[in-house]
Write a protein that binds this ligand. Sequence first.
Ligand code: FAD
Length: 371
Amino acid sequence: MTDFVVIGGGIAGVSAAAHLAPHGSVTLVEMESALAYHTTGRSAALFVVNYGAQGSRPLGLASRAFLENPPEGSTDAPLVTPRGLLWTADETQMPGLVKIAAEGEESGAGSRLISPNEILGLVPVLNPDHIAGGLFEPSAQDIDVAALQQAFVRIARMHDAEIRTQSAVTAIERKGSGWIVKAGGDTLTCGSIVNASGAWGDRVAALANIESIGLDPMRRTAFMVPGNQGYARWPMVVDADQRFYFKPDGVQLLCSLAEEEPSEPTDAKPRMEDVALAIELINEATTLGIRSVNSQWTGLRTFSPDRDLVIGEEPTAPGFFWLVGQGGTGIQTSPAYGALLASQVIGTEIPEFLAEAGVDPSTTDPGRFRG
Ligand SMILES: Cc1cc2nc3c(=O)[nH]c(=O)nc-3n(C[C@H](O)[C@H](O)[C@H](O)COP(=O)(O)OP(=O)(O)OC[C@H]3O[C@@H](n4cnc5c(N)ncnc54)[C@H](O)[C@@H]3O)c2cc1C
């Protein structure tokens, strides 16, 4: 018998395990042979406040303290390093840029509109013919995703959590006030379940005869092209209509078409045409002249119907908790949503640091999708 079974070993699952382990016994089950094999290992690794559904943005703000000052003993490397984010717009995109600026102000991003001259000072390779204005968020940071994932694993293990890979959950049944979970050929009995299975969230719920949320896994492809040390200080550059983005990553540039295309939950693979279109758009907007690709990958960003996260107990199934729908912000919000989820599972007040950052659990409550 274990108190909590966490399903999924991406960033959501390990954050849940780290936050629950001080309060009881935890078994995390992951179907793949390695943690973070799916979306978590395929992100652009950025922390940016002015991004994602408005209701979930306070989760990003509330995560900053953990990312900048991780708990003692959880990591040997810094989890974040300065980057900055620059939205760029041509003349036709200026109304959209002004809207993004207003959203940034509402969410406390500390971003400011800047002139074409300032933009070219930050990223000299941008094509001046395509630049009418920009919005700069200097506090955006690169996240070391592997170190963050490992920090949660370390915290969970410090509190004796058990982490099992190659343990696909294949059946979930009610037993009294708890649950029986079949995973990797074993049978686990537990008090509460946390469904942190990302794109598979609705399928895992179906195993317990729980109605789906209506999660939409969406493809997004990223790729690395050759760069050089001279690029290292550029901020991430994002087109105001999100037609592409790029950012330095060591001596390479990480690029994306920033596409959103529906997919089944699966091990998504890149398509040559998406990479080619991204290169065409980036070459048009810059003097980079990209001609070759070092590596490429595709991940599934999974959204709820209103695009806010889904965190909390399923109203029709006591003891079954959702932690899904992280969309494009599941890395940067992970410290805060793990803390919120844990407070709900153990039945305590929302932690003060979340309330202070403006986190409102009703915006992420699964009950909003239940009539
Ligand atoms: C190109 C791209 C760029 C991104 N950029 C950013 C960014 O800059 N910043 C940011 O914050 N976020 C970003 N994201 C989003 C972020 O990566 C996701 O929100 C986050 O990784 C979701 O984590 P997760 O744990 O929910 O999902 P996953 O990492 O997919 O984990 C779910 C896990 O559940 C497991 N699982 C499923 N079914 C079962 C089962 N039956 N039994 C056992 N295990 C199961 C899966 O194997 C998987 O490991 C980006 C995503 C992409 C694709």
